[in-house]
Design a protein around this ligand. Structure first.
Ligand SMILES: Cc1ncc(COP(=O)(O)O)c(C=O)c1O
Length: 398
């Protein structure tokens, strides 16, 4: 059977392929430590789980739900945005709960893209932007992010390029995979750029609480609602990745447009999940501090691992990964020809010789080829064990 043309150029998600390979290594007794995926290993707050349990035990919580989500959840999102981002949202009109923000990326592309429309995507950036835009029939135009420019886009260069038919631009700060924080100046320049060029900015904002005390929303910039919609998520900051809870926020008209597509795709979220999510969003600073204390301790160990691997990295990064430049000049020439660059070669070397998986930066775009990314979603013990395994391998290699 021939698959549809829209899937041309869209392969299996890298991690889904890699996890199969790691499973096979584990079946062969390797006990691989996976420092790749950004799925929090810690549970949500106990009150969140208690809410889910109590609500699921009631007889009247099992029906189909409103396509726009429960008012309790939408009000909780509005209060959360006001408290942490100083952004005022109308809960009835400017908020759309999502089954994870990943689905929102697809819905947005399907809502706005006609075949041939162009979409601007960051390189390096979250791979789902590219696959969703491709499936929707977009012409994908990547904009490079460079370390020397703080991983910010060069908007002047972009403006000198041909922006005809560019309809959407995805941006994501704190940036994944580079861990770069935004600045108010960057956000203001982005909004002005979008307005001048008639582009809808899609800001993907799932990491703003991780290792960061000053979460920012692109919607906090004056007039932003005219040109910005923002995705957010409970996956990372509330340790609820498997629950699949996200949100799209923005102008009423944009929300209604995306809802027109989404309401044809699913039939709402399980009410107890929404009520538990509302509980999670009401948690105070202690919750975020407790999550971040764990990541800080792990990050120290990751620094050790990166030093062993001769990588350069910034200690200012935020989010749940460490992004680092591979500086090793010792790799044989042929390894430099790895399809994912020197980062891919190092990742393979560490996987096959030390049974530790780290993500090659090249999977986020060619601008990431000289980099690797290490997740903070493993225990300190596991990271310490990785350090020992890599030390042993490096000693043998000498
Ligand atoms: C940049 C970025 N956006 C979105 C997502 C998806 O998050 P969610 O679990 O809300 O679908 C991820 C998950 O890894 C991510 O890294």
């Amino acid at each position: 059977m021939q698959v549809a043309q829209r899937l041309e150029g869209v392969g299996e998600y890298y991690f889904s392929q890699k996890l199969r390979e790691i499973d096979a290594m584990n079946q062969a007794g390797k006990q691989v430590i996976n420092l790749g995926i950004g799925s929090p290993d810690l549970p949500p707050h106990p009150s969140v789980i208690a809410t889910l349990q109590a609500e699921a035990a009631k007889p009247n919580t099992h029906a189909y739900q409103n396509y726009k989500g429960s008012p309790v959840f939408r009000n909780a999102i509005a209060r959360w945005y006001q408290k942490w981002y100083q952004v005022t949202l109308q809960p009835e009109q400017e908020i759309l709960p999502l089954i994870g923000s990943k689905e929102g990326i697809m819905h947005i592309c399907m809502t706005y893209i006609n075949p041939g429309d162009a979409v601007l995507l960051p390189d390096p950036g979250y791979p789902t932007y590219k696959s969703a835009a491709t499936i929707a029939g977009a012409r994908v135009v990547t904009y490079p992010l460079h370390e020397k420019n703080n991983w910010f886009p060069d908007l002047e260069a972009l403006e000198r390029s041909d922006l005809t038919n560019v309809k959407l631009m995805f941006v994501n700060y704190p940036q994944m995979p580079t861990g770069q924080l935004p600045s108010i100046g960057l956000f203001e320049r982005l909004v002005a750029f979008a307005r001048r060029n008639g582009i809808l900015l899609v800001h993907d904002n799932p990491y703003s609480f991780i290792l960061n005390d000053s979460p920012m929303s692109l919607l906090s910039i004056e007039g932003a609602k005219e040109v910005v919609i923002e995705l957010n998520s409970l996956s990372k900051s509330q340790n609820m990745a498997g629950w699949r809870i996200g949100m799209l926020v923005g102008d009423k008209q944009r929300i209604d447009e995306v809802l027109r597509f989404k309401s044809n795709m699913d039939s709402g979220m399980f009410l107890p999940v929404q009520l538990a999510a509302a509980k999670a969003l009401s948690l105070g600073k202690d919750w975020y501090d407790s999550v971040n204390a764990v990541y800080k301790a792990r990050r120290k160990k990751v620094f050790e691992l990166l030093d062993l691997l001769h990588c350069d990295y910034s200690k200012e990064q935020v989010g749940m990964f460490m992004w680092a430049k591979v500086a090793s000049p010792t790799l044989p020439k042929e390894e430099n020809k790895h399809p994912l660059g020197i980062g891919g070669a190092l990742s393979d070397e560490v996987l096959y010789n030390a049974n530790v998986f780290i993500t090659p930066g090249g999977i986020f775009g060619t601008a990431g080829n000289s980099y690797i990314r290490i997740s903070l979603c493993s225990t300190e013990e596991k990271i310490a064990e990785s350090v020992e395994r890599v030390k042993k391998f490096l000693a043998i290699k000498k």
